[in-house]
Write a protein that binds this ligand. Sequence first.
Ligand SMILES: C[S@@+](CC[C@H](N)C(=O)[O-])C[C@H]1O[C@@H](n2cnc3c(N)ncnc32)[C@H](O)[C@@H]1O
Length: 245
Amino acid sequence: MAEHAHYDDDAGFWEEHADRLGGPVVDLGAAVGRVTIRVALQGHEVWAVDTDREMLDVLAERALRAGVRGLIHAVPGSMTDPLPVSDAGLVMVPMNTLQLLRQRSDQVRCLASAASGLRAGGEMIFDLAMPHLRETRALQGEILDTGRGLDGDTGDVLLHTTTFDEVTPATGEVRMRIVVDRIHRDGSRTSVERPHHLHLYDPDEIPALALDAGLEVVAACGGFRGEPLGPDSDRHVWRLRRPGP
Ligand SMILES: C[S@@+](CC[C@H](N)C(=O)[O-])C[C@H]1O[C@@H](n2cnc3c(N)ncnc32)[C@H](O)[C@@H]1O
C-alpha cells in the first residue's frame, strides 16, 4: 500500500533538513513511511509515530525491503503524545498532517511535545495547505481529479479524487473525502474512500502556536524550495526551532 506515492513535491526536502540537523528524526503521522524510509536511507535513525497500527505494519515491511528496518522504530501513538525520544534533531510532520488536529489545545500539545523532545537548536518542520477557503467552498460537492500515481510496491495505478463536502471559512474547518481507485496489474479495480475532517490553518495562526509551545519561528516559505510565502502560495512550509540553552 502506497497511496501517497503520487506525492513527490517534497522530494529531497526532508532528507536535506535531516542531513543538516542530524538525527534522531521523528516522523509524526508517518503512515506507510513514504518519508520515513527516504530519511532512513540517508543513514538517520527515525522514530515513526502513527495512530494506525496497520499503516505501521506496512511501514515496517517496506522498511525491511528497503534494507533500513534497523534504523526505524515504528511507534503506535498520537502526535499529541510526548515524543519517544528526548534529543531529536528534527521533528517532521510531512504532507499536511498537522491539519488532522482541529482543536487548538491539541495543536499546542503537539508542538509543545516536539519542543520537549528536540535538543536545543533542533527543529520542527511541517508543511500545510494554504486555506483558499472561499475558492474551496465554491468547489463544494464537485469530484476533483487530484492526481495519478504508481504504487512502487505492486505496480498498481492509483487514481485520486477529492470531494469537499463542507467548508467553513470562519473556522477553517473542512470535511472532505479522498477516493483512491486502484487499477491492479491484472486490470481489476478496487476503491477506498477516506473521509477527513480537517483544520486548514491560516499562516497567521502559526507564530502564536509556536510561541505558546516554546518554539521560535526560523522560516516560513511558500513551498519546498524556499519560495516566498504569499496569498497565492499553494502551501506554507514552517521551520520552528527549540531555542538554545
Ligand atoms: C496524510 S497521512 C500522512 C502521510 C505521511 N506523513 C506522508 O508524508 O506520506 C496522515 C496520517 O496521520 C495519521 N494520524 C491521524 N491522526 C493522527 C494523530 N493524532 N497522531 C498521529 N498520527 C495520526 C493517519 O493514520 C495517517 O497515517
